[in-house]
Write a new protein. Sequence first.
Lengths: 491, 83
Amino acid sequence: MERLHINANRKKSKINKEIYGHFSEHLGRCIYEGIYVGENSPIPNTNGIRNDVVEALKRIKVPVLRWPGGCFADEYHWRDGIGPKETRKRMINTHWGGVVEDNSFGTHEFMELCRQLECEPYITGNLGSGTVEEMQSWVEYMTFDGVSPMAELRKQNGREEPWHLKYFGIGNESWGCGGNMRPEYYADLYRRYQTYVRNYGNNKIYKVACGPAGDDYNWTEVLMKLAGKFMDALALHHYTLPNDSWEHKGSATEFNEKDWYRTLRKTLYMDELVTRHSWVMDKYDPDKKVGLIVDEWGTWYDVEPGTNPGFLYQQNTMRDALVAGINLNIFNKHSERVVMANIAQTVNVLQAVILTEGTNMILTPTYHVFDLYKEHQDAELLESSLTTDLVGIEEEAVPCLHESVSMDKDGRIHITICNLSLSESRTIRAEIAGKAIKSVTGRVLTGEMNAYNTFDNPEKVKPVEFKNYKLLEDGLEFTVPACSVMALTVE
Amino acid sequence: MVPVCKRCLLEGISVTEYEKTVQDYLDSLPGELKVDSQTLQNRLTQCDKCECLMNGICRVCGCFAIARAAKKISRCPAVVPKW
């Protein structure tokens, strides 16, 4: 019997709803086909945006959406994506697998998508190949309330009122595709560019600096030292690959038990990354005014056989569900510093929550985890601890259980638990201090390790109601099945 | 492991490697899963006329058209299927 201790009197930090954020890039079939099909498409749409995808994303309460990249952002020139669609620049991007970029999805269309989703836009500006003037004028175009050349241009293009824009990234992966810069050079460029990212009227921009790749703690150190006082947040990127090779990352669906445990061990590394980057940030920002944003995370496998390598299309199994559950628990537990996270990517690319094919759409196991965890959004993280043993194969041992607990504004407690074991269930006695229990509801997502949904069998993996718990005087007792993600709500 | 961005990862892929990827995939398919050569030709003829075909890739599903058309269980992913 494992023991879960929850202290309802000890609220540690607010879990920003933005931790449950998403990322949509002009890559493969994420934006085009996955989200945007155009007004004339036979696929049901509103202003060109797929109705089925919007409805599904609204159900998991997507709080924030990052766009247009990714690597694409540092080659994106926003003026190409405004004005009459028939006059917008059209090109075939051979680097990205022959994708036609006709710029039919631009600033106005992205803001329309965010309006339909009722989420915050998070736009990444072009620092790598764009000018300061270009970045400054984009923000002016979107947010200036009054008379100015950019506001007039926006009005000519059909938008009278400025948009509300909070989150703005100053470049992306500037250590790589965003310019191959050294941290010292980027820090200076960041300071320069952000100077001209201005607040107009009541709009207040939250400025996000390009952060490190994985364990590059020196990048964080240099950025915090040289530019920390000019930023609201620093963005970390880290992906989970089953293998240690970018050329042979591993299959999304064909894997064995050792691969399972290795993948989960590698995804647990996110905890160390967030912890150590936070330590570096603490040195320069002990009051935690600067947030850490993990705006690209998730699994990255070899693409599905027979698909374009440039499209980064991969299937999504129970293994991805566990990866999602573990990472979201980690972000919850670090919500004092982690203020936003954006899974890569929303539709059809990498660890997608939705896959589409023509008129068809399926929800992945990862989608269902976001659904199970959505009650954590804007709740308060509670102090909790859980006893657990190690499971796994040889050097790939991982903790069997992984949890986070929060309390929402109505006093309900939300417990999310992952069972990483492929073969063993675990019975847990949960003791809750500071709250009398009236009732419990729950759902669980479980299945074979490589179970996944297809267009022919779209509901093979989906959550089911969980009732197998016993109320005790000071808590409850329940059994978490092997290979599962569970969410309980205690009232 | 050295961090790699998406762009760097893809820049190294040559046309030859793309073609090899497709051929390797076709070779890996068991014969009983493949359509006969006439059916494959008929399907690809329809693909050739389709506006969703770009550089041998179907924009609707992201597959190499020949890889998708070669399988018995496949269907054309277009809203109005061509085959």
